[in-house]
Design a protein around this ligand. Structure first.
Ligand SMILES: NC(=O)c1ccc[n+]([C@@H]2O[C@H](COP(=O)([O-])OP(=O)(O)OC[C@H]3O[C@@H](n4cnc5c(N)ncnc54)[C@H](OP(=O)(O)O)[C@@H]3O)[C@@H](O)[C@H]2O)c1
Length: 236
């Protein structure tokens, strides 16, 4: 992996991904809305930015040219199919051999085997029509976007984030194939570690065509699972 593109580079997740990618010595290009370019001032001489909407096919084609990997922030904002337009552009136009890694939330389901708690069901059930009526966001568009990815024969990974918080890194999050797995019960990941997981996924063949649901490795549920797998030595 030498050169990568971050689509949606100016958001919080995007900026953390820049830090992890630069730390690995990758050459970084990215796409963000023109009004957001200023948010990247601290990286100015270390990255190349292509200003434009992330669903602009010409911008995506130019920004991903020559890239070995593409990290895509799928955001549900607005009601104009922004997320699905972004996913379609990347799937159609990124170099054929590029590794593609997309971000979304736990509410995205690849099959019917995710088991959700009441909180997320209430938020998605009530939030989807309200946000859409207010024309703020369209959670179903993120569903359409990831369905496009799941149907693709490209080398993709869809990383499904838990609730997020700021704070220093705790290390690489743990993951499971399905929401409802006990290891995910803590449901909280540092944003920088979500970004770390995205960047590490670029070079992890085990994650190709997987949709890992993640949570922070310091959460109680992750630590309990680790203790089960590697029991502590018995006390004397
Ligand atoms: N927030 C959570 O608790 C949570 C939980 C699980 C998963 N996730 C996932 O994590 C990823 C990043 O989420 P985040 O909350 O951390 O946000 P973020 O990194 O700040 O990213 C938000 C993205 O949306 C863009 N955006 C904001 N307003 C927009 C608008 N009106 N039209 C078009 N684009 C707009 C931003 O671009 P600009 O810089 O141009 O504004 C940025 O690229 C997403 O894939 C999300 O589904 C979030």
């Amino acid at each position: 992996m030498k050169r990568i593109c971050i689509v949606g580079i100016s958001g919080k997740l995007g900026q953390y991904m820049i830090e992890h990618a630069l730390a690995r010595g990758y050459e970084v290009t990215g796409v963000c809305r023109p009004e957001s370019v200023g948010k990247l001032a601290r990286f100015a001489d270390r990255i190349t930015v292509h200003p434009g909407r992330t669903d602009d096919r010409a911008v995506i084609k130019a920004a991903t040219r020559g890239c070995d990997g593409v990290l895509v922030v799928l955001a549900p904002w607005g009601v104009q199919d922004y997320a699905s337009g972004t996913a379609r552009a990347v799937l159609d136009l990124a170099p054929p051999k590029a590794r593609l890694v997309f971000s979304c939330g736990w509410h995205i389901s690849r099959d019917s085997r995710d088991r959700y708690g009441w909180k997320i069901r209430v938020i998605v059930g009530f939030g989807t029509p309200i946000l859409r009526a207010l024309r703020v966001a369209d959670l179903d568009d993120q569903v359409r976007a990831t369905n496009l990815v799941f149907a693709s024969d490209r080398d993709w990974t869809v990383v499904r984030g838990s609730d997020l918080e700021e704070g220093p890194s705790e290390g690489l999050p743990v993951w499971a194939r399905h929401v409802g797995d006990p290891i995910l019960a803590s449901n909280l990941t540092r944003r920088t570690d979500f970004a770390l997981f995205m960047v590490v996924a670029l070079t992890d063949p085990a994650l190709i065509r997987e949709a890992p649901a993640i949570t922070g490795r310091n959460g109680l549920s992750a630590r309990a699972a680790e203790a089960t797998i590697r029991p502590m030595p018995a006390a004397r």
